[in-house]
Unconditional design. Structure first.
Length: 149
């Protein structure tokens, strides 16, 4: 009959699985962080462009500005503000996804650390138990050798 694996070996398998999950989550976290940076950069670009458009006068360099030009600029600025608002939503969504994966990663990382410490403790206990058995066996052997018959 096969001997059951030690507690430390069983815990080590769990630790290994957790470490793999941590690596996968770290990769996902990096992907989401990159998406967040990209969406924040796009938002910054849009905001900078909007600020520049709001400051620039309509019909710059022209003597007169028509009502149509004013309406077109107003409509353009409105669409640009909508684009900024939409990009702000994209940034919030990206941040939410990043934070969710980061929380999962942190939980798994802490679990992996705890499992690693448990494995070390179990290995130490198993080593001490083995040393006690060996010492007991040596003591019994020595006492049998020294006993007169």
């Amino acid at each position: 009959m096969a001997r059951a694996k030690s507690r430390s070996a069983r815990m080590q398998m769990l630790e290994s699985l957790t470490d793999n999950e941590v690596k996968i989550l770290a990769t996902q976290m990096g992907h989401h962080a990159a998406q967040l940076r990209d969406s924040e950069a796009q938002l910054s670009d849009l905001e900078t462009y909007l600020d520049g458009c709001e400051i620039a006068p309509v019909g710059q360099g022209q003597a007169r500005v028509s009502a149509l030009q004013l309406v077109e600029k107003h409509a353009f600025l409105q669409r640009l503000r909508q684009a900024v608002a939409a990009q702000q939503t994209v940034v919030l969504d990206a941040r939410t996804r990043y934070e969710a994966v980061r929380a999962q990663w942190l939980a798994k990382h802490l679990r992996g650390t705890a499992l690693g410490k448990a494995v070390q403790r179990f290995q130490k206990e198993e080593t001490q138990e083995l040393e006690r058995r060996e010492q007991r066996l040596q003591d019994e052997t020595a006492s049998h050798i020294l006993q007169p018959r």
